[in-house]
Design a protein around this ligand. Sequence first.
Ligand SMILES: [Zn+2]
Length: 238
Amino acid sequence: MNSKSYTLDGIGEVVVRKHHQARRITIKLRPGQPPRVVIPQLMAFDRGFQFAVEKRDWIAEHLPIIDNFTNRLFYNEERPFSSRLHTVRFVRCNIRCVQAVKADGGYEMRFPADTDFGSIRVQRQIEMFLTEMLRHEAKHYLPDRVAKLAAAHGFSYNRLTVKNVHTRWGSCSAQNNINLNIHLMRLPEYLSDFVILHELCHTVHKNHGPKFHQLLDTLVGGHEKQLDKELNKYKIQI
Ligand SMILES: [Zn+2]
């Protein structure tokens, strides 16, 4: 017998598994799987479970993060990431540390040969890199684009800030400061423009009343409802 199942209060099933290469106890969390405690071959299963009991708070804190990952794509060698401007490919090669290099008009993120793309730690590294890339793109692209659209339609605004938030594409304050999400860089340009125009309309109308919609609808050729629907198909996550 190489593994044994336990039930941990507040968590559910926990699997303790012996591994011949393990030198110490570790806990592994994987999407869609019960927490797994890996122990050295000669250690008793109960000692492994005791470790899970001691780490219950840590497991409870991290499981929701893992769940979050189950709802999103895992990036790997077969599944690159594309923003509107760049594609990032993920490759394994004979290196010791993770590197990101420019390649083919995009980036190549290089991982050591034994990297497990199914691990949360690796996916977090990927997410951090992609977030920084989107932020970089957004800071270069959005200020000019907003200025251009504002000038074209006679809007004025105060300050533009680029943010990474998970709740909305953009916002406009009472002082006409506009916030835009870095995730706009994942959208086709016409949808990104739609979000920008939406916020620019708020410099004139602060609420979502009929006048607001009338103005926005006119600016997008009568397609506001359709564009809204298209926008809703995109999640604000990597
Ligand atoms: Zn709005």
